[in-house]
Design a protein around this ligand. Structure first.
Ligand SMILES: Cc1cc2nc3c(=O)[nH]c(=O)nc-3n(C[C@H](O)[C@H](O)[C@H](O)COP(=O)(O)OP(=O)(O)OC[C@H]3O[C@@H](n4cnc5c(N)ncnc54)[C@H](O)[C@@H]3O)c2cc1C
Length: 416
C-alpha cells in the first residue's frame, strides 16, 4: 500500500488527550505525525511528588519514542509548533512546515497567575518537570539555610511554607509538604527546633475543594488539620516579594516559600491562532470537538472550551482530555469513511484527591469515601494510570519505602 496517499493526521501535544487520539488511530488507514516540544509524556497529577522529593522525574515521565515504537503509522517529531495556517492546512515548527488533512490541537494548559507578576516572579509553580525540580531544590535548600540562620524572625520566615489555591493540587501539595517536614525533615535536622514550621493553605473563596460535596470538603479540612496545615479561606493574595505575602485585607505573612496552584489557563500558542476563545483562553469547540469553519480541526483537553449542558465548561482534568481524545479518534475515522462525527458526552468518573499518607477523599459510584480507603483507591489508580511497567513498579517501590520508613528518597539538591 502506498502510505503516502493516506490522510495525514497531525496531533500537536502528546499529553493525555493527544496520546489517546494517537492510540485510537493505531489501526486506522491514516499517517499520523505527533508533535510535542518534549520527547516524553508527563503524568502531571504526580508532579507535586517530584516537588516534595517523593519521586524522580523519570518515574512520572516516559519517552514518546518508546511508547509509540510499535505503532507503524505514527511518526513522532519533537518540536515547538509556532504557527498554524488553517486555510492552507499546515503547521509550522521551528524547523519545518507540516501539511495536514486532519489536525488535533491537544496543547494543554499553563499556570494562570491572573496578571500577578509578583507571584509569577517570586513564587513557585507545578506545571512541568523543571518547575517541580526548582520547587524541590528550593524546599531542600531552605532547610539548609534555616539550619544555620541565627536570626529567629528570619528563620521563622524561612520555615513558613505557603501554598495558594484550595483546589485538589493545592490540597495535595500542602498535605504532602506538611508530611515531608514532620516525618522526614524532623529526622534530618535533629538539632533544629521545628516548632516554628508552618504550612499554610490560602484560598480566596469561601472553602477548599469547591467542586467537592460538603462531606468531602469537611473531611478535607479535618485531614489537613490533622497534618497541621493551617487553612485560611476568604484570603486573597495581593502581592508576594519573595519574603512577604500581602493579603487583600492588608494582613501580611513572612514566608520564603510560596507555591502557586490557584489557576490554570489554556496554552499560550492558542492566543495567536485567531480562533474563538472563551474562559481561560480555551478554544470554543462544537459538540463534536471541531472548530467553527474548519471541520478538519479538533481541539481537546485543557485547550478546549466545552460546555457540559449546565452552561459550565468541563474542568481541566486528565479524564476530560482522555475521553475527548477517544471520541476525536472515532470522529476522524468516521469522517474518513464519509460519516458524520458524533457529539462528545463526558462521563464523570468521580473525584479523587490525596492529602498525604493514609488520607484522601474520593467520590466514586455516587459514594463518598475519606481516609485510608480513599487513599488506597488513590494509590492504586495512580499506579495503574502511569505509563510503562517499569515506572509503575518503581513508583510502587518508592511509595512503599516512604510508607514503611517515613523516608522521601529523592532529597538531593541538584541546582539553584
Ligand atoms: C500539578 C498538576 C496536578 C494535576 N492533578 C490532576 C489530577 O489529580 N487529576 C486530573 O484528572 N487532572 C489533574 N491535572 C490536570 C491534567 O494534568 C490536565 O487536565 C491534562 O494534562 C490535560 O491534558 P491535555 O492533553 O489537554 O494537555 P497536557 O497533558 O498538558 O499535554 C499538552 C502537551 O502539549 C505540548 N505542547 C504545548 N504547546 C506546544 C507547542 N506549541 N508545540 C509542541 N508541543 C506543545 C506539551 O509539551 C504537552 O506535552 C493536574 C495538572 C497539574 C499541572
Amino acid at each position: 500500500m502506498n502510505t503516502k496517499t493516506l490522510p495525514h493526521v497531525v496531533i500537536i501535544g502528546a499529553g493525555f488527550g493527544g496520546m489517546e487520539v494517537a492510540r485510537g488511530l493505531a489501526k486506522a488507514p491514516v499517517r499520523i505525525t505527533l508533535i510535542d516540544r518534549h520527547n516524553y509524556h508527563l503524568f502531571q497529577p504526580l508532579l507535586y511528588q517530584v516537588a516534595i522529593a517523593g519521586l524522580v522525574p523519570s518515574q512520572i515521565a516516559y519517552p514518546l519514542r518508546t511508547i509509540f515504537r510499535k505503532q507503524k503509522n505514527l511518526t513522532f517529531q519533537m518540536g515547538e509548533v509556532t504557527a498554524i495556517d488553517f486555510d492552507s492546512r499546515y503547521v509550522k515548527t521551528e524547523g519545518s512546515i507540516i501539511a495536514y488533512d486532519y489536525l488535533v490541537l491537544a496543547v494543554g494548559g499553563q499556570t494562570n497567575f491572573f496578571g500577578n507578576h509578583s507571584v509569577e516572579q517570586n513564587g513557585f509553580q507545578l506545571k512541568n518537570i523543571e518547575s517541580a525540580i526548582n520547587t524541590r531544590n528550593h524546599l531542600l535548600n531552605i532547610f539548609e539555610q534555616a539550619s544555620r540562620e541565627v536570626d529567629a524572625d528570619i528563620r521563622k520566615a524561612m520555615l513558613t511554607f505557603v501554598v495558594v489555591g484550595g483546589g485538589p493540587t493545592g490540597v495535595e501539595t500542602a498535605g504532602a509538604l506538611a508530611e515531608l517536614i514532620t516525618h522526614v525533615m524532623a529526622k534530618d535536622y535533629p538539632h533544629m527546633d521545628l516548632k516554628d514550621v508552618r504550612v499554610l493553605l490560602l484560598e480566596a473563596g469561601k472553602t477548599v475543594m469547591p467542586s467537592y460535596p460538603d462531606e468531602l470538603r469537611k473531611a478535607t479540612n479535618d485531614l489537613l488539620r490533622n497534618k497541621k496545615v493551617e487553612v485560611l479561606v476568604n484570603t486573597k493574595l495581593i502581592d508576594y516579594n519573595g519574603r512577604q505575602i500581602t493579603m487583600g485585607d492588608g494582613g501580611q505573612i513572612n514566608a520564603h516559600t510560596l507555591i502557586w496552584t490557584a489557576g490554570v489557563k489554556a496554552a499560550e500558542m492558542l492566543d495567536a491562532l485567531g480562533v474563538e476563545q472563551a474562559g481561560s483562553g480555551r478554544v470554543r469547540v462544537a459538540a463534536s470537538l471541531q472548530i467553527k469553519d474548519h471541520a478538519e480541526v479538533f481541539v481537546i483537553g485543557d485547550a478546549a472550551y466545552f460546555e457540559n449542558g449546565n452552561g459550565q465548561p468541563l474542568p481541566m482534568l486528565s479524564t476530560v482530555a482522555i475521553q475527548q481524545g477517544k471520541v476525536t479518534a472515532q470522529n476522524i475515522k468516521k469522517m474518513i469513511k464519509g460519516e458524520k462525527p458524533e457529539a462528545f458526552h463526558y462521563k464523570d468518573p468521580g473525584l479523587l484527591a490525596t492529602i498525604g499518607r493514609n488520607a484522601a477523599v474520593a467520590r466514586i459510584w455516587g459514594l463518598s469515601f475519606s481516609g485510608f480507603i480513599a487513599w488506597l483507591i488513590w494509590v492504586f489508580l495512580h499506579i495503574f494510570r502511569l505509563i510503562g511497567f517499569r515506572n509503575r513498579l518503581l513508583v510502587l517501590i518508592n511509595w512503599a519505602w516512604e510508607y514503611f520508613f517515613y523516608e522521601n528518597q529523592v532529597r538531593l539538591i541538584t541546582k539553584e
